[in-house]
Ligand binder design. Sequence first.
Ligand SMILES: [Zn+2]
Length: 339
Amino acid sequence: MKKTICFGILLAVLLSFCGCGSLHQEPAASDDGLYILTTIFPPYDFAREITDGVDNVTVQQLLRPGMESHTYDPTPADLIAVQNCDLFICTGGVSDAWVQTLLEAVPGAEQKCIRMIDLVDAVEEEHIEGSTHRHEHDHDHEDDGEDVHDHERTPDSDHIEYDEHVWSDPHNAMQITEVLCDRICLLDHVNEARYRENTEEYLQALSDLDGELHRIADHAVYRTLVFGDRFPMRYLCDAYGLGYRAAFPGCAAESEPSAATMIFLIEKVKEEGIPAILTIEMSNRKIAQTISEETGAPILMMHSCHNRTADEAAADKTYLDLMYENARVLSIALGQRNE
Ligand SMILES: [Zn+2]
């Protein structure tokens, strides 16, 4: 509640300045061109691919490289960016509470917003065997008058927590790209032919990635991945029939696994002779290190693609680059039969 009021006041002040152009900030102006704004990396990359080579299109990501997407605190410049953009692409789901605050603070923002989670078959976050799971009334401790239900999109979503990492499955990436292309063509039909041509090409590249992941899964010696970390790769695992165990489901906020979880994961790795322990990017790797020390299995990193690090952004890594690196890691973590 407090946050919403602050935002309201901030917005009123900012917008009153905005009109006379005295505010100097980073976001692009949307004078004539098309301005596409995304919260995290995957849709930013998809939109870049779709609009590649078209003049007067700005694609921008709110989260700068290296920033954590679940605990992000929007800045005044972000409000202006949302206000100015023609299309706003976010994830949806519980991790997007801060996005919801932004959307509520900017009049008309909801109408230009696309949530990736709405474009695919989203699955509920599941309680993975052996993982440390947050308690139902976890929010109680922050009950300082803030109504947590503010953040929920529909009345019946009260107890449903969707896993929002839909982009980790290339099939979903394709589906999202197709919808984004249609929406972008509606906003700028002058360049429609080019957008559609780019999209065709990109869908083919995503389909090639899918083929590679199938090949790796088909040749797997082991069928279970062990994440000594959070687990934002559920959709990827489901798409290729891979089992998984993890310290925490989804992008849970916990950082301390229970003793039972640690024992479970260590035993799992030992029993099945699992060749590698997985972590995700920007992790402190503490849990994985402990499991690695106990089992001798090396640690490998899978990239959930939420956001790029500063180095990855400097190298202009794409979703495809990061996913092919994931494919390489998978081939080690699953082992590969020769045939
Ligand atoms: Zn996440």
